[in-house]
Ligand binder design. Structure first.
Ligand SMILES: Cc1cc2nc3c(=O)[nH]c(=O)nc-3n(C[C@H](O)[C@H](O)[C@H](O)COP(=O)(O)OP(=O)(O)OC[C@H]3O[C@@H](n4cnc5c(N)ncnc54)[C@H](O)[C@@H]3O)c2cc1C
Length: 308
């Protein structure tokens, strides 16, 4: 395993933003993860675990430590179970599941990033989420370098959250997904339809990190009513799409430096070319302040800030 120095991280994020990592390596299995952790311990630097870089806002200063990009691409299907290394792309797992006549993961078609990032953030879309399919997750704890397997009941999955997100020291190495027997043609059709809907709803003209904010629980009755009137939809459990709130604030197209609220979708903040992480921080602060002041809604970022 090669450990490189001073590597620009912008190329490893879907937002195409970020300074350099002091140390950078790609690790393909548990042995290499251990080697990288040992290296960081000797150098006395922090470690950042990077998946597909599709849910992070990397600081313009970069990361003053060791960035470990997970490339573990093991993928095995046994019956209706799929075991995958945490570096496998989610899109690969979706296509493998469909090819094997399994159903339950079609909702994830078109989500970028790796299995590790998806498990940690309990990625979800179109009414599905990772939590529904996870049987177990294997981790290394950076504290004691011990291995541990969490079964699904121990993962603490919630909306875009998990025990792995709460504990920075847990590196996800692999996961076992439990799916159901289905029909290949139906799976293909479902996944195609999901991708069509994504293309319709989401911007692909500029780099982004997907939904920038989590969908908040809203206590403002008037806003809930307004949402129902405007969209014909009920706010389930008082959750309103962050994109709707950004829209009614009139912030589509709002630009700070090179960072812009997409013209196509209010919850996508995009890099129009030369954006800095600082531009995104300012734009995010403006959105959060206006949502709080005008609707009493506290927006939380779904995107992880790194190196700030
Ligand atoms: C166009 C677009 C559309 C998107 N649509 C969706 C969507 O519909 N639903 C959704 O939920 N998300 C969506 N996302 C966001 C993103 O793709 C997901 O959150 C994805 O699961 C992140 O995975 P990643 O590997 O890219 O994680 P990264 O961005 O690399 O990392 C995110 C966080 O996870 C941690 N992490 C990564 N791998 C590991 C590991 N092995 N062990 C421990 N921690 C780890 C990182 O340290 C970081 O804190 C979208 C993003 C884009 C750009």
């Amino acid at each position: 395993m090669e450990i490189k120095r001073n590597i620009s991280l912008a190329q490893y994020t879907t937002l195409k933003i970020g300074g350099a990592a002091k140390f950078f390596c790609e690790v393909k299995d548990e042995k290499e993860i251990m080697e990288a952790l040992e290296f960081a311990r000797k150098k006395k630097v922090p470690v950042f675990v990077l998946g597909g870089g599709s849910n992070i806002l990397m600081s313009d200063k970069g990361f003053d430590g060791a960035v470990m990009k997970i490339k573990d691409s093991r993928l095995n299907t046994r019956g209706s179970s799929i075991e995958c290394g945490s570096g496998v792309l989610l899109s690969k797992i979706v296509s493998e599941s469909i090819k094997s006549g399994l159903t339950g993961l079609e909702w994830a078609a078109g989500i970028p990033g790796t299995a590790g990032g998806a498990v940690r953030g309990n990625a979800g879309a179109f009414g599905g989420e990772m939590a529904e399919t996870i049987e177990s997750v294997k981790v290394i704890d950076m504290n004691d370098l011990g291995f541990r397997v969490y079964d699904s009941t121990e993962c603490g999955f919630e909306y875009r959250d998990s025990i792995f997100k709460k504990n920075y020291n847990l590196i996800i190495i692999s996961a076992v997904l439990k799916l159901k027997k289905g029909k290949k043609e139906e799976g293909e059709k479902k996944a195609k339809e999901i991708i069509r809907q994504r293309k319709e709803a989401q911007p692909f003209d500029f780099p982004s990190s997907g939904s920038f904010f989590k969908n908040p629980i809203c206590k403002n009755k008037e806003l809930i009513e307004e949402y129902k009137k405007d969209t014909g939809k009920q706010a389930k459990d008082k959750v309103i799409p962050a994109g709707y709130i950004i829209d009614v604030l009139g912030l589509r197209g709002k630009k700070i430096g090179g960072a812009m609220v997409s013209q196509h979708h209010g919850n996508f903040l995009v890099n129009t070319g030369k954006a800095t992480a600082e531009d995104f921080i300012i734009l995010s602060a403006i959105i959060k302040t206006r949502a709080r002041n005008e609707y009493g809604v506290q927006l939380q970022e779904e995107v992880q800030r790194v190196g700030f």
